[in-house]
Design a protein around this ligand. Structure first.
Ligand SMILES: [Zn+2]
Length: 157
């Protein structure tokens, strides 16, 4: 009874809304999973890293409706390589604050998203521009490789 719910505890509160520290002035800010613009620090107004969780129910709003490109991290809690790539993705989201949004999708609890993108191995990383897949990467890669991959995809068109 608690099993299924346990993985969801803190989805929005702890993971995304609980406070993102501004890389510029260090102020902790609350950042919504979805917003019309891009989140900025309430104190110094610099762009904040935007890292959100989404699932089958919220993917359209959180990922597809975003005005900036979205890196989608399709992962699962039991996946070792996912845990390796996760800090690199979060670093990338900090480095590209204001230019890209990182959206994490747990494939175990998001079967529709997993099926829609034909996910056969995780981590699978996607870059969405206006809801369309602009780039795709399967498997954990180092930060430098991720950065080059993202730069390339974000530069196109
Ligand atoms: Zn700030």
């Amino acid at each position: 009874m608690i099993g299924d719910g346990a993985a969801r505890v803190g989805d929005n509160g702890a993971m995304t809304g609980g406070g993102v520290r501004c890389g510029h002035c260090g102020t902790a800010n609350r950042v919504p999973a979805a917003a019309a613009g891009t989140p900025r620090c309430g104190k110094c107004h610099q762009p904040l890293p935007w890292i959100a969780d989404a699932d089958d129910a919220t993917f359209a709003e959180v990922a597809e409706a975003a005005k900036i490109p979205v890196i989608v991290d399709l992962w699962a809690p039991w996946c070792g390589p996912c845990r390796m790539v996760s800090p690199a993705l979060e670093q990338l989201a900090r480095d590209l604050a204001g230019k890209v949004k990182l959206v994490k999708v747990n494939v175990d609890t998001s079967p529709q998203i997993s099926q829609r993108f034909g996910v056969q191995a995780i981590p699978t990383l996607l870059i969405l521009r206006h809801g369309q897949v602009a780039a795709r990467q399967t498997g954990a890669v180092p930060l430098a490789t991720l950065r080059a991959w993202a730069d390339n995809a974000l530069a196109v068109g």
